[in-house]
Design a binder for this molecule. Structure first.
Ligand code: ADP
Ligand code: MG
Length: 258
């Protein structure tokens, strides 16, 4: 019997990136399989956000290889040569990846519904009516059907973040990236956002989640990766990493967040 090889959604090998002279990613090795919930932790400044931005094609990879959704991010290989992507090509790539930030980044002058319906209309060209209908379904899925006509300032931080998740889902992404999605929220609003993310995880969405919510990683994470100084220091299942921590740097970090 033939077994079908699983093609990873993300494969980073020795990924390097710098801002000017500041080396930020120093050879990241990391991979994510389809349906995997990959949680990432690490100190501030260790390169977690930069890595997500590279995965999304928002920052250029300056060394190593980064394959996402079957493509070398930023380059097409033709006639034995690498050709850099055009801005249009980057935009097409990004439609397949949903990103949720620490700050919700909603359009302040638009309602929740308009925020969610906006990208499908402008990027994929579905009709406004169709986009609104789909947006309503997505808002319903994040528990905000009753709030769809409110603007961001009329919503709590947790509700705004759920709108941001619905907005990312509206493009039917293959991969979702979360960059500390609950760290700007008041503590009592964290769970409502984590619940939405847990449901997505259980539905089989492939996700990379940068979070210090260790309980979330334990409950739905397939892997937990510790970043420090621009490299992956340690990786395992959350159970392994949390109970059999091997590296001193990981231990020190965990003792600061647990
Ligand atoms: P983390 O998300 O783990 O906190 P970041 O990826 O945001 O880390 O940052 C890694 C390093 O890159 C930090 O030293 C930060 O100061 C630096 N950095 C991040 N963004 C920029 C930028 N736009 N320009 C210059 N340096 C940056
Ligand atoms: Mg960050």
């Amino acid at each position: 019997m033939n077994s079908v090889p699983v093609v990873p959604v993300v494969t980073a090998s020795g990924v390097r990136m710098s801002y000017g002279d500041t080396q930020v990613l120093n050879g990241v090795d990391f991979s994510v399989a389809p349906g995997e919930v990959s949680c990432v932790i690490g100190p501030s400044g260790s390169g977690k956000s930069t890595f997500l931005r590279c995965v999304n094609g928002l920052e250029p990879v300056l060394g190593g290889s980064l394959r996402v959704l079957g493509e070398e991010v930023g380059y097409d290989l033709r006639d034995g040569k690498y050709h850099p992507w055009s801005p249009k090509r980057f935009a097409a790539f990004r439609t397949k990846i949903g990103m949720v930030f620490q700050r919700f980044n909603l359009f302040a002058h638009q309602t929740a519904l308009e925020n969610v319906a906006c990208a499908p209309v402008h990027v994929t060209g579905v009709s406004a009516a169709q986009a609104r209908e789909t947006a309503m379904e997505h808002l319903d899925q994040v528990g905000l059907a009753d709030h769809m006509h409110k603007r961001p300032h009329q919503l709590s931080g947790g509700q705004q973040q759920r709108v941001a998740i619905a907005r990312a889902l509206a493009m039917n992404p293959t991969l979702m990236l979360f960059d500390e999605p609950t760290s700007a929220l008041d503590p009592e609003l964290v769970d409502e956002v984590l619940e939405v993310m847990k449901r997505l995880a259980r539905e089989g969405m492939t996700m990379i989640v940068v979070t210090h919510e260790i309980g979330f990683a334990r409950e739905v994470g397939d892997t937990l990766t510790f970043f420090d100084e621009g490299v992956v220091v340690e990786q395992g299942t959350p159970g392994e990493l949390l109970t059999n921590t091997r590296q001193a740097r990981t231990k020190a970090f965990l003792s600061s967040v647990l």
